[in-house]
Write a protein that binds this ligand. Structure first.
Ligand SMILES: [Zn+2]
Length: 244
């Protein structure tokens, strides 16, 4: 999955905070069930409230998976789809086609909006889907934390993964999760991450951030088929007066 709009980001204020990931694909591309489960909704949301408003996803499919996580149900959601081939109440197996890539609702170009919801089938119950999509046998995932010395996450900071594996340096960017008053963006309880890079070829990379004019670098090894973790702890926040 090629994530073109990461979780917890608002595109520099151009969009509402993103509680899924987007993958731009051609119209009509098959959308497949992420895992076995039961279709709990398939259809339009013109008169149903699943997102920020009605008609947010256009048409969508939601699957409640057979697996649970820490005793809680796990849902996956496929938004802006067309050509839905399943019905509410129907069982599906992993890899089964449920719809096609489409456009509709808040989407202005064809793409899949993919969400993972934990516990509740609710807009505020999402996690970063890239932690839930297996990296495959040839790729790896990096879940990272960028925090201050008190463990508080930095928000909206550009994080760069420098790929110098083949001698030709490439720069991959993402952003640390933003928060909002409704707390719609949730780190994983175990990783406590605030940024994720996915679909990475194995090798050694350099993680780079600049916070309050200080640069931080860290070498990161990505292993095929695995999730790697990184943590960068910055200096204290300069703009704040000490707590009394
Ligand atoms: Zn989206």
């Amino acid at each position: 999955m090629n994530d073109t709009f990461p979780y917890g980001w608002d595109g520099n204020g151009r969009y509402l905070l993103h509680n899924g990931v987007d993958s731009a694909e051609a119209m009509g591309t098959a959308v497949l069930a992420a895992a076995d489960g039961l279709v709990v909704y398939a259809g339009p949301d013109a008169e149903a409230w699943f997102g920020w408003r009605c008609d947010w996803y256009g048409h969508l499919v939601i699957i409640r998976h057979d697996m649970t996580w820490q005793g809680q149900p796990v849902y996956s959601l496929y938004g802006h789809v067309l050509g839905i081939t399943v019905e509410t109440g129907q069982r599906v197996v992993q890899g089964e086609q449920v719809a096609e890539i489409g456009v509709g609702g808040a989407a202005t170009s064809p793409h899949l909006h993919f969400e993972v919801r934990i516990g509740d089938n609710a807009f505020g119950a999402t996690r970063n889907p890239m932690l839930w999509v297996g990296p495959g046998e040839t790729r790896g995932v990096l879940a990272g934390r960028l925090v201050d010395p008190d463990g508080r996450p930095w928000q909206g900071v550009t994080v760069t993964l420098v790929d110098g594996r083949d001698g030709q340096t490439q720069f991959l960017n993402t952003w640390t999760y933003l928060d909002d008053p409704d707390h719609l963006i949730n780190p994983d309880e175990g990783y406590a991450e605030n940024f994720v890079f996915s679909d990475l070829l194995p090798g050694v990379y350099t993680l780079y951030v600049k916070v309050q004019d200080v640069e931080y670098r860290q070498a990161i090894t990505i292993t095929a088929g695995e999730l790697s973790q990184a943590e960068i702890i910055t200096g204290p926040r300069l703009s704040e007066t000490p707590a009394e």
